[in-house]
Design a protein around this ligand. Structure first.
Ligand code: NAP
Length: 270
């Protein structure tokens, strides 16, 4: 089995990476940065987002595993003191030729500008915000005008990202086995003059939404942690990516709702 490690760069994560390399050598796992079967993310969810974008062209071949060192680590199943156990399970999985993975949907973002169409994938979400002034944008669902948005911005999240920015916006937590995207408003202006739906909306995989910012408006586009400011955006289409999913290696079960409880409630129910 070939693996690579992406780490957060802090002392604990670097030490753990070195420890994992030692254990990997003992268990016959090969380091391969170009074509790994497993990408081990050591750090927090931010580290896993970096790993996802580094390997986004190889999603069909790569499965991610997270070890969390310190912060929230919603995506990370493994604790630092379990690294030896993880290396052994990876070895056993390689020996049996049986790598268990779960596949979760990602959002595809097609940005049409004056120079053409760019396509991106997000693991957590895409956000569009105004820069300096309020964002004004038309939102269409399945090619039908839905609403005119005025406010700070719009967030389109995946089920995996539903526990991230989307949750802070009052969006629902969506189980990642559902092929869906969620639209959540960021501080919309709602009064007699301006009106938006005001509730998060969940679209199934055969639906899409298009956002048309006011012409030449200076906007901030964010795909997960990656931000860019532009004023040449004509429209942005978001949909569940067809045939592209993120794969997480499952060397042991850690049900999504247990993960949610541990991350946000933090104690075992009585
Ligand atoms: P950051 O500001 O360093 O981290 C944002 C926080 O979100 C961290 O605690 C991170 O966990 C957590 N997080 C990331 N993905 C998550 C997920 N799927 N479920 C639950 N929690 C998650 O930013 P960053 O490291 O560059 O990450 C970018 C992400 O930050 C974006 O994708 C967005 O979802 C999130 N964000 C949230 C808000 C908000 O909630 N108001 C605002 C902007 C951005 P770790 O500590 O383990 O890294």
């Amino acid at each position: 089995m070939k693996y690579n490690v992406i780490h957060r760069g802090d002392e604990i994560s670097i030490d753990l990476m070195q420890r994992f390399h030692q254990l990997a050598g003992q268990h016959g796992l090969q380091l391969d940065e170009q074509s790994p079967d497993i990408v081990l993310s050591i750090g927090g969810d931010g580290t896993l987002l970096h790993a996802f974008h580094q390997y986004s062209a190889k999603l069909d071949d790569v499965a991610f595993v997270g070890i969390h060192t310190g912060r929230l680590g919603f995506f990370a199943d493994w604790k630092p003191d379990e690294v030896e156990h993880l290396a052994r399970l990876m070895h056993e999985s390689a020996a049996s030729g049986n790598l268990q993975v779960v596949k979760y949907p990602v959002v595809e973002i097609q940005i049409t500008t004056e120079s053409g169409i760019e396509t991106h994938l997000a693991l957590n979400e895409f956000t569009l915000k105004g820069v300096e002034v309020t964002l004004v944008a038309e939102l269409h669902i399945n090619d039908e005008p839905f609403e005119t948005f005025r406010g700070d911005g719009i967030c389109i999240s995946t089920p995996c990202g539903s526990t991230a920015y989307n949750k802070s916006l009052g969006g629902a937590i969506v189980h990642p086995s559902l092929d869906a995207i969620q639209i959540a408003e960021i501080a919309s202006i709602n009064n007699r003059v301006y009106r938006t739906l005001g509730s998060p909306v969940i679209l199934p995989k055969h639906h899409h939404c298009d956002i048309y910012p006011k012409a030449h408006q200076h906007v901030l586009l964010a795909v997960d942690h990656l931000n860019v400011q532009r004023s040449d955006v004509i429209s942005i289409r978001c949909l569940v990516a067809a045939g592209r999913k993120v794969r997480f290696a499952r060397f042991r079960p850690f049900p999504f709702w247990s993960r949610v409880r541990e991350a946000f409630i933090g104690y075992e129910p009585k």
